[in-house]
Design a protein around this ligand. Structure first.
Ligand code: AMP
Length: 289
């Protein structure tokens, strides 16, 4: 992979990297499409990274349909599939960990201790090997993107981090490899994350900008679904990931819930002018689900 990347760079080509854990779905493929628009060669990595899974998590049972993934990528005209083994990525004696302080302690970081250290470590490793000018990530994992952007800025990495929108099923459920774990009943219940975010969106559009009230609306929708066990529902500043009291500037509504045994996350980006006058009906609010 390093050799191919060096050669592409020497030829003046623009390498685009889409890092994934495989079990590819249309969300991943939308990142590939974005990469194809501005990069050639497009490299897709598939690596189920043990370092980002907790001891009680689904590392062992995470789906690994490598042959199907390969066929899909071939169909999309992806130039290189990089699917290293755990031993190649972390040779025996590997001791280095990348830790981005402060941004990954709450929310996903609290629910999954060590998760973002695992993510940052593998992403830096992938960026070093593939040497892309552009690396594509989904806003589906909003906190992950924030951590990676911070790492890229702090270390002055060459790669530009590109964030792509969330791809959803027709009923609003965000595409995820873990949706494959859901039973038919759980699959129906899983739309509750989208419904909760959409409830907040409707309130925001109607002028609500009090974060506590919006959180209450989201919690209310989640509580109405018997198969859902909510983990967190918050509205945070998109830069600091700290909770806000009022929606202002760029914020994120973030949700995590278990649907049966399956843990799902989702979010909505809320953008208002930073110094907007209240009442909100005079300002343009953009909610991106
Ligand atoms: P994963 O294989 O789950 O590690 O995801 C690989 C990349 O795909 C990450 O950047 C995710 O944010 C992105 N991704 C996952 N689901 C979606 C989705 N529904 N829409 C857009 N991007 C997604």
């Amino acid at each position: 992979m390093k050799q191919a990347a060096r050669q592409a760079r020497a030829e003046g080509r623009v390498i685009g990297l889409v890092p994934t854990m495989g079990a590819l779905h249309a969300g991943h493929l939308s990142l590939v499409e974005a990469a194809r628009r501005e990069s050639s060669p497009v490299v897709v990595s598939i690596f189920v990274n043990p370092k980002q899974f907790g001891p009680q998590e689904d590392f062992a049972k995470y789906p690994r349909p490598l042959e199907e993934d390969r066929e899909q990528l071939e169909g999309l005209g992806v130039d290189i599939l990089f699917a290293p083994s755990v031993e190649e990525m972390y040779p025996p004696g590997f001791r280095t960990t990348i830790s981005v302080e402060g941004l990954g302690d709450r929310l996903e970081g609290r629910a999954r201790p060590g998760h973002f250290r695992g993510v940052a470590t593998v992403v830096l490793r992938l960026l070093d090997i593939v040497a892309p000018q552009f690396a594509y990530f989904g806003r589906k994992d909003a906190q992950q993107v924030r951590v990676i952007r911070q790492m890229a800025a702090d270390l002055a990495l060459d790669a530009e981090i590109v964030v792509c929108p969330i791809l959803r099923e027709a009923d609003g459920l965000a595409l995820s490899s873990r949706n494959a774990y859901l039973s038919p009943g759980e699959r129906r219940a899983a739309t509750v994350l989208y419904r909760a975010l959409d409830g907040a969106r409707q309130a925001i559009v109607a002028g609500e900008c009090d974060a506590a009230r919006l959180v209450q609306i989201m919690r209310g929708v989640l509580a109405g679904e018997p198969l859902a066990a909510p983990e967190y529902a918050e509205i945070v500043d998109a830069d600091s990931f700290q909770p806000v009291t009022r929606v202002r500037g760029a914020c994120l509504a973030l949700l995590a819930a278990r649907i049966g045994p399956t843990r799902l996350i989702d979010n909505m980006l809320i953008e208002t002018p930073a110094l907007a006058p209240v009442p909100a009906d005079r300002v343009t609010v953009r909610c991106s689900l």
